[in-house]
Design a binder for this molecule. Sequence first.
Ligand code: UD1
Length: 433
Amino acid sequence: MGTEMKKIVINGGLPLYGDISVSGMKNAALPIIFASILTKDKCVIENLPEVSDVTLSLEILHSMGATVKMLNRNTVEVDTTHFVGGSSPYELVSKLRGSTYLLGAELGRFGEARVGFSGGCDFGTRPIDQHKKGFEALGAVMTIENGCNHIVTGPGGLCGASIYFDIASVGATINVILAAVMTPGRTTIDNAAREPHIVDLANFLNMCGARISGAGTSFIKIQGVERLHGCNYTIIPDMIEAGTYMAAAAAAGGRVTVRGIIPKHMETVTAKLLEMGVEVDECDDSIVVSRTSPLQHANIKTYFYPGFPTDMHPQFSALLAMASGTSTVTEGVFENRFRYVDELKKMNADISVDGRTATIVGPAHLTGAPVKAVDLRGGAALVIAGLAAKGKTEICNVEYIERGYDNIVGKLRGIGADISLVDIPDAVVEKAN
Ligand code: UD1
């Protein structure tokens, strides 16, 4: 029991200097991995981040009959020729949110899907009514059966349709694209999500022979094609990972070059850092972040892209805790994303939450503490706080952080952080349980 348990230990207070490289985007990798089901062919996907959500997604495909071969640490060859629809293992799909993409991909390939409820971070209820609305507009019928979402093609078959989302959901946009690419006729999605990973998915599918246009805008058009074929594709850089390291540099001070990014994707994060008095210089595919003066307070509202990303919310709360004056962070995407707040408070942050808004009074002199990651980005916020805090911070539940950050400990060590991944002895884990 518990032999795998680890914690991150940080001795904070050291400024960060040097270069840090960004991996491929997790939230683009997941839909692209599941989209490979539609090709019934071999796809080579490059620049995959080495994170547990990606590993799990590949395990799901493998367990359903796909051949999955790692060509190197960041490149996988997936052959879905012998993929078997309807056979997803609940113990794997229930561990991540991205497994909902099986619904659209299996519906598109087999005209039917049966998938257990997906997992993912807990930010309050995460309904899939917009996914259902899209599938049903295409002619499918979706029900809940024996603890699974079951979708089947209705009596009239699947046919292109006009869909208007009530909310610009990333997951629903991806799922409808997956279901529609091989559905006869023309499908349009209005009020579609505009996130860069939607564009990446569309680029991947178009390289496989799909006809999708308008991705990256709120109106996407899809002309159904009869079949897709495999391709070689490189995933875009992870803007949330990049933003996290930019926030870390701003928190700890020093001068850090974040490499391998698309600066356009970083605009909202960059603007907020500038507002807080951080120096940010943009180059072609890197950004230099340095801080020499105290941080200034700021107000943030998270929103759908190109708004400030909800996935950068907790990291910025950690940063704002150190800024002078009163700041607010208002969550505009998820109803409850504040579970990290209690942990930051243990490190001396002064944060109170009312409804969807956190009020942060600074400057707090953060002090190291034993804390626990409560979700992926909440965990990243603790790392940022730990880097800037005086003394030792020990973060448990590291598995949340490993879902979305490729080698976070090694990368931060590379820019001078005193951070390590340490085994928690079995005895301690059992006692804690
Ligand atoms: C994805 C990302 C997640 C990110 C989020 C917003 C993945 C695996 N996860 O999650 O990291 O934080 O986008 O950028 O890519 N909603 C509905 N009905 C629906 C679908 C969504 O009401 O059918 C609501 C959700 O409750 C939420 C909002 O829409 O309030 C946005 O959700 P959505 O964009 O779908 O996020 P995910 O795809 O779950």
